[in-house]
Design a protein around this ligand. Structure first.
Ligand SMILES: CC(=O)SCCNC(=O)CCNC(=O)[C@H](O)C(C)(C)COP(=O)(O)OP(=O)(O)OC[C@H]1O[C@@H](n2cnc3c(N)ncnc32)[C@H](O)[C@@H]1OP(=O)(O)O
Length: 436
């Protein structure tokens, strides 16, 4: 089998990213408080269709994802189709790959186009940290099921007697690994310690992220890819990401106390992504269809790869495993890339991955290759700032990275760009995009 990946349909046409759009990203319980991921998903898909002036009937498939699932609407993709002006016959299904979910939905649509099953599709993802499926304790859930079977008052009373007061408390979903119980922040702490990532370096990366993102917003370039979101019940709107700190002082980062290891830790609110609400979407077509409909694509998918590693150690190291695969499949080396965009879950995680990109030892021992992935040139890395500043509505981030990369490459006159993300479950995603 060849290492190279042919990201085309049977006619040899590339997979075109015709347009990408997102809502502004808002910190938990701020502008999108009370607005579900589904509602944000509907907003962004509606606006994408309207801005693209595309007849919704032409969209043959919509693949969408949400990391924090809402039990009331488990197939968010189909609800988006039914809740927007889309044709009811548009096929729709939902996927999850934790923080790399919209990489996955993009690949699903791309693969549907590659096989010739469809010519036009929409991918994306949305998450809300403000509208959550707040659950009940295991004991209460057990009792509630038993109650439906109890016939007599005495049987019902006996079931209630099994419960203590604390069993009645609501249980919010944890941002933690199911199999290890470790929170993402604890994993970031673990990675900072095992890879010797200092607090100062983490704060400096976070500060860089905010400064670049603030400059990017000030330049106006994000207006093309970030919609103004009118927030139900339509008395307010949000037009810009609200986590970004313009003119923040690096000294103020150093003052914060670590969150996940209060005594010996280095991971703080400033060098972590915040809990965020937001949605994104991408319109994909075969190159021929895009041309026939008169669109100029913003980019094409050159290669992609997913990887999976252990969850007990270095769980957020996915980019260091997925990137070499995507590079190999594109027939490229890291230094050939015009730009690199890595999801910053935590500064410690991004810095540990950057360190492993440069490590020959890591390449030999973990990847079975003699050469390091490559040194990251900071003038090409997260040039518009990263997730620490923009925020990270889990399922929406991949599509943000892809769209932002295509548009930035275009502004620079074209080239190739890597987008990569770590994800819970020890997963990693990487996609190389080419722009003319
Ligand atoms: C694959 C993956 O992507 S894994 C990642 C998944 N995502 C996560 O796990 C989310 C991680 N993040 C979190 O859980 C939360 O954001 C936390 C726990 C780190 C912080 O939560 P909170 O304490 O609610 O953050 P909050 O925004 O209130 O900030 C705390 C303080 O730090 C301050 N602060 C935050 N950022 C900065 C900054 N850049 N500079 C200076 N001060 C800052 C805030 O102003 C606030 O100060 P105050 O208490 O005086 O008001």
């Amino acid at each position: 089998m060849s290492d190279r990946q042919q990201v085309t349909n049977a006619r040899g046409e590339r997979i075109a990213i015709v347009a990408g759009l997102r809502t502004p990203f808002a910190k938990q319980a701020t502008a999108f408080h009370g607005v579900s991921a589904l509602d944000m998903g509907k907003m962004v898909v509606n606006e994408l269709l309207s801005r693209s002036e595309l007849d919704p009937k032409l969209v043959e498939q919509l693949v969408y994802g949400q990391v924090v699932q809402m039990p009331a609407a488990p197939n968010i993709a189909r609800e988006i189709v039914l809740g927007t002006g889309m044709d009811v016959s548009t096929d729709a299904y939902s996927v999850t790959r934790a923080c790399a979910t919209s990489f996955q939905s993009t690949v699903n649509i791309a693969e549907s186009i590659m096989t010739g099953n469809i010519e036009v599709g929409i991918a994306g993802g949305a998450d809300s940290s403000s509208v959550l499926p707040i659950g009940v304790s295991k004991k209460l859930a057990h009792a509630l099921v038993d109650l439906t079977k109890a016939r007599t008052f005495g049987q019902k009373l006996a079931i209630f007697r099994r419960l203590g007061l604390k069993d009645l408390l609501p249980v919010p979903p944890a941002v933690a690994e199911y199999s290890t119980g470790l929170s993402m922040g604890q994993t970031a702490e673990q990675m900072a310690k095992s890879h010797g990532i200092s607090r100062a370096d983490q704060d400096a990366l976070a500060h860089r992220s905010h400064s670049l993102a603030a400059e990017t917003w000030a330049s106006g370039v994000l207006r093309n890819e970030v919609m103004v979101a009118h927030v139900p019940p339509y008395k307010s709107f949000i037009e810009q990401d609200n986590n970004i700190r313009a003119n923040s002082e690096l000294e103020s980062y150093a003052k914060l106390r670590p969150v996940f290891d209060r005594k010996h830790g280095t991971v703080t609110a400033a060098n972590s992504t915040p809990l965020t609400d937001g949605a994104s979407a991408i319109l994909l077509m075969s190159e021929g269809k895009a041309k026939a409909l008169g669109y100029t694509p913003i980019g094409y998918i050159k290669s992609y790869a997913f990887a999976a590693i252990d969850v007990w150690e270095d769980m957020l190291m996915g980019p260091s495993y997925a990137t070499p695969l995507a590079l190999k499949r594109a027939g490229m080396q890291l230094e050939d890339l015009t730009l690199i965009e890595m999801h910053e879950a935590f500064a410690a995680q991004a810095l540990a991955n950057m360190k492993m990109f440069a490590s020959k030892k890591f390449a030999q021992e973990k990847l079975g290759q003699s050469r390091a992935i490559g040194d990251i040139d900071m003038t090409r890395f997260n040039v518009l700032g990263g997730s620490i500043a923009y925020g990270h509505p889990f399922a929406a981030t991949g599509a943000r990275l892809i769209t932002q990369m295509c548009n930035e490459l275009k502004r620079r006159g074209g080239g190739t760009g890597l987008t990569t993300a770590c994800a819970a479950g020890g997963l990693g995603a990487a996609m190389i995009l080419e722009v003319e």
